[in-house]
Design a protein around this ligand. Sequence first.
Ligand code: XLS
Ligand code: NI
Ligand code: NI
Length: 436
Amino acid sequence: MPAFPEIDKIRYEGPDSRNPLAFRWYNADELVEGQTMREHLRFSVVYWHTFRGTGSDPFGAGTMVRPWEDGTDSVENAIRRARVAFEFIEKLGAPFYAFHDRDVAPEGATLAESNRNLDRVVEVLKQEQQRTGIRLLWGTANLFSNPRYLHGAGTSCNADAFAYAASQVKKCLEVTKELGGVNYVFWGGREGYQNLYNTDMKRELDHLARLLHLAVDYARQIGFTGQFLIEPKPKEPTKHQYDSDAAACLNFLRAYDLLDHFKLNLETNHATLAGHSMMHELDYAGMQGGLGSIDANTGDLLLGWDTDQFPTDLYLTTQCMLVILKYGGLAPGGVNFDAKVRRESFEPIDLFHAHVGGMDAFARGLKIAAAIRADGELDALLRERYRSWDTGIGAEIEAGRADFNALEQYMLAKGEIDANRSGRQEMLENLINRYL
Ligand code: XLS
Ligand code: NI
Ligand code: NI
């Protein structure tokens, strides 16, 4: 019995369509800058919010109506849910999905039982992947929900918690490999602190790096060749998350000799919690060769927490795609909707509305960004702004040929700098608006 009998397949109907369950911009086979939209965007549906989200919040119980759920945390229910998940992703037309180990299969009373549960559901995921051609963008181990991780996992003061986390990552890597996952993600769930009086920060970070090195070693051992990713987030659940933003993550990776093995999975709502724009985080990661994948969502400007809303803002998606195109795309990463429908949007059909909107917003952002790039006006203005570096003293400095003495001689002879020119911010903002 299909879970969404009223939905056939979401189709591209073009910008004039009034059908809310059709794509107006996402046309998977359409070429943009020589690649199909499918290849550029590599959309992915998350298992946790979309198939495990209940709509509960600190003030009230779950609201989601999910007729395929029988209310138990059994493997049977998990298997039925997996079939529904693939029906949804197939009808939506997203090529990828992503999961935590504990989203797809119930945690058992022991590690061994949890592993067995996972194996049983992975069998079904594998069948469904083969049936539909949908692929696993990334797997990750949930190292934050179970109370054993209350002090953290890799950074716990309790060495047993580290050992458990390592075992869980080991298994999750095996499963991700088994399912042909193209990336493996570490989001530092409870890797952070609430209070420095009880925290040995150096030791905790050493341990976190150890966990990541062990994962890299084990991946090599079992022949997992996917890309490792770290997902920055500055706060929530801990007051201070160690992986606070792109710059902090890259510094951590560099300090612990992990830079060759990891890139970043950047999430919009995490960027804004860190006081940055997503565009900033993407550009910062990109310029250091660390742009891996994105968790596409958005926060609410009026709320200071991770609301994980679906992205609908075309300025945001345009900015994302401008930077992503600039650095040559996301593959093997993708645009992963780490987003949840609001608890008031409790009907199954809302899952379609949310994803169709997010995919269209990114498709449109892609087309707008490509148009901006094709015109070249923005790029020309940017190059013009830095032209003092292309010749003369600027070129000498960039080439490392001008030392302090030379610079002083230059300035003594010249007396004063060439006049500064306007930054033209408002003009550039207006220019971007021309394309929207
Ligand atoms: C939480 C994170 C999480 C990761 C996967 O804020 O975004 O969902 O993406 O563990
Ligand atoms: Ni995320
Ligand atoms: Ni998040």
